[in-house]
Design a protein around this ligand. Structure first.
Ligand SMILES: Cc1cc2nc3c(=O)[nH]c(=O)nc-3n(C[C@H](O)[C@H](O)[C@H](O)COP(=O)(O)O)c2cc1C
Length: 349
């Protein structure tokens, strides 16, 4: 963008609303590319950061040397800041933090549970800012006390592993209290700029989107995976169903396919064997959990969209084309600015 060109009042107003989040990340816009295992690797992450957003590498199950390699490869594609998302139950969480710090990654996002206080401290002492997911107000307060520099509140509309509460409710419960203390980013079901604008006006520092970026041109997701997103409607992106309360299933929101149908049959078969005394409770639980092992990779990388896991948020219906990451960001920003510009001039100024 030409720094000397006059900016429209709506663009300036949006800049002001995004200022805190953008300053926190060192990015042009307060938009995070939500880390998506297998999808958020060097190409998409660098493309998002180069487009003015804040890309985040999904570490997933990567081992520390593999993560170090991915960080270096991303740094070769962008000189803008980006972050790394670490899953807290990874057995080598400590070494993964070390890998981030050694490569001077500025922001570490801890996901998949409450991170150990020691991991937060280590990241901060090493010079990184720490972002944590807060699933409820009490935990948001606890995470900030433990040192979180910013929070993400992710509603059940999101793709992938989800909690039970919608962003609509989380935003009302958490933003009025926590936004005074730390920047809070909203996630889940966001597909358009007007929605980002409304959450910014409620006090959010910015937004994290995942689903909307899967079909970026730069995303390495298999063409069949992208095709499933282009075809998918909000109602197709459903949480996994649990057949029996004794055997908990972690809810994952994904597009329904052959795999999701087979998962119900699989649960029923394991349950029948448990009831017949053929397998113990622990073994049965493991058999149920094992069903989805490797399933996201099969869909994203191999293009097995029938049996693999098509993790997607309800915003999937708003994914209508394969576009460069920069075009998606420009569209989101344009929608927010147009909404501001459509107001009475005094309201936008
Ligand atoms: C395919 C896919 C994989 C994901 N993998 C991860 C992950 O590894 N770690 C994580 O913290 N969140 C993961 N997420 C959640 C995203 O980071 C983000 O919070 C979510 O997509 C936001 O909601 P939206 O999909 O409605 O935009 C994943 C989401 C999708 C769609």
């Amino acid at each position: 963008m030409d720094a000397l060109a006059p900016r429209a009042p709506a663009a300036l107003a949006l800049d002001r609303l995004m200022a805190r989040g953008a300053a926190f990340f060192g990015s042009r816009y307060a938009i995070m590319g939500g880390a998506m295992s297998w999808v958020s690797e060097r190409n998409l992450v660098a493309a998002l950061s180069n487009a003015g957003a804040f890309g985040v590498i999904a570490c997933g199950a990567m081992e520390p040397p593999r993560l170090a390699e991915e960080i270096v490869a991303t740094q070769a594609l962008t000189d803008r800041p980006f972050g790394v998302n670490l899953i807290t139950m990874h057995p080598r969480l400590d070494q993964l933090v070390d890998a981030c710090l050694a490569a001077r990654v500025g922001h570490i996002v801890f996901a998949g549970g409450i991170p150990p206080t020691a991991a937060i401290r280590k990241a901060k002492e090493g010079g990184a800012k720490v972002v944590c997911f807060a699933p409820a107000l009490a935990l948001a307060k606890k995470l900030v006390r433990s040192g979180a520099d910013a929070l993400v509140i992710e509603g059940s509309e999101a793709g992938g592993h989800i909690g039970p509460v919608s962003l609509n409710v989380l935003a009302q419960e958490i933003l009025p209290v926590m936004a005074k203390e730390v920047p809070v980013f909203v996630a889940g079901g966001i597909g358009r700029g007007e929605a980002i604008l409304s959450y910014l006006e409620m006090g959010a520092a910015g937004a994290q989107l995942g689903t909307r970026f899967v079909c970026a041109e730069e995303s390495i997701a298999h063409p069949k995976f992208k095709q499933a997103f282009l075809r998918g409607a909000a109602r197709d992106a459903m949480p996994t169903l649990q057949l029996d309360e004794r055997f908990p299933v972690i809810p994952v929101r994904a597009l329904q396919n052959e795999g999701t149908k087979r998962f119900m049959e699989h649960q029923a078969k394991v349950l029948a064997r448990f009831q017949a005394g053929e397998v113990g409770k622990e073994e049965a639980q493991l058999e149920i959990e094992h069903f989805w092992a490797g399933a996201l990779r099969r869909a994203v990388i191999d293009g097995d969209v029938e049996q693999g896991s098509l993790m997607a948020g309800q915003s999937v219906g708003m994914v209508t084309a394969v576009q460069p990451a920069a075009a998606i960001i420009a569209e989101l920003i344009g929608q927010a600015e147009a909404a501001l510009a459509a107001r009475r001039p005094d309201a936008a100024g």
